[in-house]
Write a new protein. Structure first.
Length: 385
């Protein structure tokens, strides 16, 4: 194919995004064998000729691609769920296609796939029981139609109400104008809590909010230093004291500083050591008491950051923190680094706590608002959210 033909197919060099290439001419379309499926014989020293209709098909595909807007939100979710899609949905799809008939062996294999993908025991039982009922009700002889049925069931588990995805993802936070909004970030060490705090700060600041950070993890000097580095990078104030200081005292100072500086949002980064769980939980209670004393309805959000790569351990952490901190939402960090994205399903099944954000990379922009529709579409390999 010469350069002239390529230019006509794919547009001239330097053409603007979204420009539709010109259709190939009649002469170009007829420069191929007439018999369907017949290939032109190869001639030494020349490029092999193409099958009839190739140019037309290539042009139609290119035109479709040029006219299809790319949703960066969906694209990020789809890319971040690559490993989960391969480890969960692709395996289930292969099982339904290859197994053929519906029998007990099918259900056993499906259970293994779901459990190893960290969908969780409760959600797995719900999925299989509902699929059994569908097979019985619709008198299905083969398993292949069950993939779409499973997608519907997962949507119900995720409380998907059929709503469309907003063109501009809205942060699902209880933030009101005219008050100091307090967000308490909790979670064990190593989950990505401080990094998620920075990413959330970046999101809120980009929407025009004035944010102040409180370094209330005073048990690790590295935690204070890390937040100071982020604060400097993001251009926000970080209220802190020395290592070993009373975390509640830091929070008290931060509330007063935020009020004095007329901040919109105060984000409190807390400690997360597991080896002294009782003391950790008592510190969280103390912090909440200080916040409530200074701002009666604070904290307005308590977000638990979970490491998606830890699988079922994340469910246990959610249970422990919810008993003490009255969680209002979850942040699933590192979802792009695991094949165990089924943890989203497990958590949604067990708790009435919404997943508000998912972490899909290391960049500041990689904290994405969670919405069931693009999540399911990306998980099942569909083309848009």
């Amino acid at each position: 194919m010469d350069s002239t033909m390529l230019k006509k197919l794919f547009g001239k060099k330097g053409s603007t995004e979204g420009e539709v290439p010109a259709a190939p001419s009649a002469e170009e379309q007829t420069a191929v064998p007439e018999s369907p499926g017949e290939e032109a014989p190869a001639v030494e020293g020349e490029e092999p000729k193409l099958k009839k209709g190739f140019l037309r098909g290539a042009w139609e595909a290119t035109k479709k691609l040029a006219l299809t807007p790319v949703d960066p939100w969906f694209e990020a979710v789809a890319k971040g769920l690559d490993k989960t899609r391969a480890g969960l949905v692709n395996k289930v799809a292969s099982l339904f296609q290859m197994h053929g008939k519906v029998d007990e062996a099918l259900w056993e294999e499906l259970e293994d796939i779901l459990i190893t993908s960290d969908v969780g025991t409760a959600a797995t039982e719900r999925i299989i029981n509902q699929l059994r009922e569908i097979v019985k009700e619709k008198k299905l002889a083969t398993a292949e139609p069950l993939l779409e049925e499973m997608r519907t069931i997962l949507g119900a588990v995720l409380n998907y109400d059929g709503s469309d995805v907003p063109s501009e993802p809205v942060d699902p936070l209880n933030i009101e104008e005219g008050r100091l909004n307090v967000i308490l970030m909790v979670g064990v060490n190593g989950t990505g809590k401080t990094t998620s705090t920075a990413k959330l700060t970046h999101r809120l600041k980009s929407k025009g909010h004035k944010v102040i950070l409180a370094a209330a993890d005073t048990f690790r000097a590295a935690a204070i230093d890390q937040l100071l580095v982020w604060g400097n990078r993001l251009g926000v104030d970080v209220i802190h004291q020395n290592e070993g200081s009373d975390p509640a005292a830091v929070v008290f100072d931060a509330v007063n500083a935020a009020k004095a500086r007329k901040a919109d949002v105060l984000i409190v980064d807390t400690a997360g050591r597991l080896h002294s769980k009782v003391n950790l939980m008592e510190e969280l209670r103390k912090i909440r008491r200080v916040l409530t004393r200074e701002i009666p309805d604070a904290p307005h959000e308590t977000l638990l950051v979970l490491d998606a790569t830890t699988g079922q351990n994340a469910v246990n952490q959610a249970r422990t923190f919810n008993d003490v901190a009255n969680l209002t939402g979850l942040v699933l960090a590192k979802l792009d680094g695991t094949a165990k994205g089924g943890i989203v399903v497990a958590i949604s099944q067990e708790f009435q706590i919404p997943v508000k954000y998912i972490g899909l990379g290391e960049k500041l922009e990689d904290l994405q608002v969670f919405h069931p529709k693009p999540f399911l579409s990306a998980l099942f390999g569909e083309t848009d959210g």
